[in-house]
Ligand binder design. Sequence first.
Ligand code: HEM
Length: 481
Amino acid sequence: MTTLSLKKITSAWIITILALFVLAIAFGITMRFNQGANINLDPAKFYSLLTTHGVTMIGIWAVAGMVAVNYLLARYVPVSTSLNVFAFILTVVGVVMLWVTTFIGHFHAAWTFLYPLPFYVAWEKWATPVFLLGLGVLGIGWFVWAVGMMLQILKKYSLRHTFAWQHLTTKHDVAVETPPFILITTVSLIGIIVCLLAAVVLLVLFFAEYFSSGSFVNDPLLMKNLTYFFGHTLANESLYLGLATLYELMPEVSGRPKFKTTWYVALGWNCTMVFVLTAFFHHLYMDFVQPVGFQMIGQLASYFASLPAAAVTAFSVMVLVFKNPIKWSLTNILFFLGVVGWLIGGVGALIDSTVSNNIFLHNTLWVPAHFHTYNAMGNVLFSLAFFNWAANEFVGNQNETKSYSLKIVLLLIGGFGFVLMFYFAGAYSVPRRYSVYPQEFTSAALLASAGAWFACIYLVVILWMFFDIVKKCFKVFSPSY
Ligand code: HEM
């Protein structure tokens, strides 16, 4: 059941996430203008911005997915508001710690904090442990919250039912139906719990070396595997939480019957759960000491992880909208465009994860190109759709009368224009994570400037949505509500 306290904490999350998003976009635009030689940042400042931007974006969109599924989960099982508030407080504390290390402590080892970079202190000495601790605080909050949600699900559905195994048959009469929302939420939460556990191991190993005064040294290959297992999995599971929200809300706001769990939906998501946990190996193709078997698993799992979820979702969404009377609104347009962005970014990712292409594309701007596509034009749109729907829910009116066409046009021009400049640069082998491009890359600065201007258009739309959504969210805090 949706209580007032659940509405209040969800509103607090939405306002905080959107405010952090606006700031993180501004950091991104600043970096892109610097790469375009329109402004001239000190390199250490550029890398502090890169670190803050990356860690903030990954964090807020992972947690946005959890906020959405937590709210919608209340339709099926009781959810704990205290755990939600606990995660919120730890998130705020964690973000403050991280931002203090980057803006005051000048920590700039990028959001992946790849071992042993954080130990090569080129910033305040305290910033390394505080950055790692900040990550730990975020991780604890989200881990406890995710476990809490899983336990609530398991109180109502058996393990077999949460994975929808009873649907893996062509028979139509299953005794207990698993809603797609429960299946996808389970798959995603399990992935999140496992990757946060890996993060705990990683942080413990970092601290063990930090406090050992040189008597304990980590294995860099193990550390890199753990880092990417954590980072890649978290980024992917965030997307899947967005898809859980889509499965629950898109038919409802479109005035269509709810999605059902069929055998192919059950099979697709079960496969995704297994393969997504091993796809991260594609980040280590250039680490020649990595056993060859893992490299093969990396390539195969990259294909197998994305295809079932993508194919099943694309099919389900096409069936929903094709030749059916749809009640279009900003919410379902955002869901629809999010699927398009996710699929385009997914194809970009598959091209890069193919070993023969990766030789050329590895660590070029092709990498930010594909992950910005399925984030800025995919996962972010899923969460914005939820935020817009929730804000309307808070004021009790899903029938928006305002036209949203201009918002959508600007979003498409700004968002796809911004990522297209990354793709062009990647195709020209421009390296990623450069503050200023070497002169040999003749078109890199021009593409960066163009990307920055497109991103400004994207920012305008986000600010526009921010004001519309936040105004409604504040209503739940009014004493007369
Ligand atoms: C229009 C909005 C955005 C702008 C202008 C922007 C800009 C940038 C730029 C310029 C970079 C550095 C690229 C490089 O040279 O390697 C970057 C990296 C990154 N961005 Fe964004 N970005 C935006 C949205 C997002 C979103 C929505 C996410 C969500 C996850 C995101 C996550 C990241 C991450 C993880 C990195 C890598 C950081 C690192 O290498 O440590 N960005 N972004």
